[in-house]
Design a protein around this ligand. Structure first.
Ligand SMILES: [Zn+2]
Ligand SMILES: [Zn+2]
Length: 388
């Protein structure tokens, strides 16, 4: 392809690598956007700059790409482009305007723009992006659970809890009942973006189910009409995995392949699943960190508000004061030390439950082993004493 073919086009310089999951994730989205722009005749082209380690990886990645690329062997150009655009992390998409003379016409956050606005971001001019941001703000300001979860063709959600109660042993989405979206008004609602092909999702779902049930029960005992509901927003690839996955869940769902699922992911800028977005009784977003909060505080996280999280953090500080400074844990052979953000800790992945943690942790610095204080199963290290 001749360089002159790129003249007069909006160009995306795309830095990416096949071995890196966030790149593969973004690549799928970018292909969709690219093909749509091409099919409606938009003046857009992408040039791929590979960060792949070898030619085979480059070729297999390249096979799925409908756009242009810098040859793998052209190290000089690749290096020069990386330097010119100061690429620090991938995926990275730098957007250049056709008559790019001023630097402020160049957008370095193409990845975010594509995730956020999809094809609407085209032609990536300042006017266009300002308009999209204004529109987005207007939407967020007027957000309600009804305008989030309905579309012109559908004003209901799927509910299988009732069919389960009347004794159908085999559940399928077809026997599901329909409940109006309006029935969620005034409730705290969790939007659960998840899929059966995604391992972290499959691991998180049973925990979420048990916590959901505890929250529901506590609210029922408390009385006063306060309620909590979850809506499954499926990212499954086919109807049967949707049905079998939804079949394990005690809450509501958007129908499979409902266009609203995509709109929601874009609207909330969801880049990873599982993701739990919490909507307050007034229909406004409370937090997009529902999953983290569930992992950190379980059922106590409800209703997920800033005020609640603040008081939980204080409680955690208090509780940590009475924790032993060090502990032997059944899952690790070395002594673990209690650490916090200020003393060598920080955000971590718990080696016991595989979920995220922050704040207090028990740590073996040498092994890079960290667990939640609540995941500790204290043991006396008898064997190691006998060894001595
Ligand atoms: Zn844990
Ligand atoms: Zn260790």
């Amino acid at each position: 392809v001749k360089i002159s073919d790129l003249e007069g086009k909006v160009i995306g310089i795309y830095f990416s690598a096949n071995w890196y999951p966030p790149c593969r994730n973004f690549n799928r989205v970018l292909i969709g956007v690219y093909e749509q722009l091409k099919s409606n005749g938009s003046n857009f082209e992408i040039v791929f700059v590979s960060s792949d380690e070898d030619l085979d990886a480059f070729n297999s990645y390249r096979e799925n790409m409908p756009w242009l690329s810098i040859p793998f062997s052209d190290l000089e150009t690749k290096k020069a482009l990386n330097r010119k655009y100061d690429v620090e992390s991938i995926p990275c998409l730098v957007i250049l305007q056709p008559d790019n003379t001023k630097d402020d016409d160049t957008y370095y956050d193409g990845v975010e723009l594509i995730y956020r606005y999809g094809v609407d971001a085209f032609p990536f001019t300042k006017e266009k992006l300002d308009e999209l941001r204004r529109e987005e703000k207007r939407k967020h300001d007027s957000q309600t659970v009804t305008n989030l979860l309905t579309n012109p063709e559908r004003d209901y959600l799927l509910d299988q809890t009732i069919t389960r109660k009347v004794g159908h042993s085999v559940l399928s989405a077809y026997t599901c009942l329909f409940v109006p979206v309006d029935s969620l008004k005034g409730k705290t609602v969790g939007l659960y973006l998840s899929a059966q092909w995604c391992m972290p999702c499959v691991e998180f779902t049973p925990k979420l189910i048990s916590i959901y049930q505890k929250i529901k029960q506590a609210l029922q005992e408390k009385g006063g009409g306060e309620d909590f509901e979850i809506v499954f927003v499926s990212n499954d690839r086919d109807q049967s995995s949707f049905e079998s996955y939804f079949g394990t869940m005690p809450w509501l769902a958007l129908p499979f392949r409902d266009p609203t699922a995509r709109t929601l992911a874009k609207y909330f800028d969801v880049q990873w699943i599982p993701c739990l977005i919490i909507i307050g009784p007034d229909g406004k977003t409370v937090t997009k960190q529902g999953r983290n909060l569930i992992n950190l505080y379980q059922e106590n996280a409800y209703p997920f508000t800033d005020a609640k999280v603040e008081s939980l953090e204080k409680e955690m500080e208090e509780a940590a004061k009475s924790l032993p400074r060090s502990e032997y844990h059944a899952g690790h052979r070395h002594l673990l030390t209690l650490v916090s953000e200020g003393s060598g800790g920080g955000p971590f992945i718990c080696c016991d439950c595989d979920e995220q943690g922050s704040g207090w942790a028990y740590q073996c610095l040498e092994c890079g082993y960290e667990v939640h204080p609540r995941c500790i199963r204290a043991v006396t290290p008898q064997s190691s004493i006998e060894d001595r």
